[in-house]
Design a binder for this molecule. Structure first.
Ligand SMILES: Nc1ncnc2c1ncn2[C@@H]1O[C@H](COP(=O)(O)OP(=O)(O)OP(=O)(O)O)[C@@H](O)[C@H]1O
Ligand SMILES: [Mg+2]
Length: 142
C-alpha cells in the first residue's frame, strides 16, 4: 500500500502505525533517494518504541543502537549502508549479537542488493514527489 505524507510528522505517524504490527526480530529495509524521509521514518519508529535518545542518521557511525522502553522489543538497531555500498554485510559489522533476536528491530537505510532477498522481512520504499510530499510504500492496511 502506498501512502502520501506531506510533513515529517506524517511520515513519523506512518512509522508509529507500522510499529504496532512489529513482533520483534524483523529486519526492515528502507529504500529511496537522499532526503526522501528514511531517517525521519526511523525517528517515528523510535517514538513508537519509546526510545528516549534522539534518533539521528547513522551515515557516519554506520550503526546506532537505541534502548527502547517497549515491553518486548528492547532495542532498535539503525544502520545506514550508503557509504559501504555492497560491502555492507550484516555478518561483518559486529551485528552478530543483534541478529536473530526476538527483542530487536533492525532497520537498514540504503540496503545493498545482496541483503534484500535473503535477510529482509519488510521492505519500505520512499519516493520524493516534491519538497513536502513523499510517497511511502509499506505493508500496512489503510
Ligand atoms: N513528508 C515528509 N516526510 C519526511 N521528511 C520530509 C517530508 N517533507 C519534508 N521532509 C524533509 O525531508 C528531509 C528528510 O530527511 P531524512 O534524513 O529523513 O531523509 P533520508 O531518506 O534519511 O536521507 P538520506 O538518504 O540522506 O539518509 C528532512 O529534512 C525533512 O524535514
Ligand atoms: Mg537517512
Amino acid at each position: 500500500m502506498t501512502f502520501s505524507t506531506h510533513t515529517p510528522e506524517e511520515t513519523k505517524q506512518l512509522a508509529v502505525q507500522l510499529a504496532s504490527s512489529l513482533q520483534g526480530g524483523e529486519i526492515l529495509a528502507l529504500e529511496g533517494d537522499l532526503g526522501s524521509g528514511k531517517t525521519t521514518f526511523v525517528q517515528g519508529l523510535g517514538e513508537a518504541l519509546g526510545v528516549k535518545a534522539y534518533v539521528r542518521s547513522p551515515s557516519f557511525t554506520l550503526m546506532n543502537i537505541y534502548h527502547t522502553s517497549h515491553p518486548t522489543i528492547h532495542f532498535l538497531v539503525h544502520l545506514d549502508c550508503y557509504r559501504l555500498g555492497p560491502l555492507c554485510d550484516l555478518q561483518g559489522l559486529e551485528l552478530e549479537e543483534w541478529l536473530h533476536r526476538s527483542d530487536v528491530i533492525i532497520v537498514i537505510e540504503w540496503p545493498p542488493h545482496h541483503l534484500l532477498n535473503k535477510n529482509v522481512s519488510i521492505s519500505i520504499i520512499f519516493e520524493m514527489i516534491n519538497a513536502q510530499t513523499r510517497n511511502i510504500s509499506l505493508p500496512l492496511s489503510p
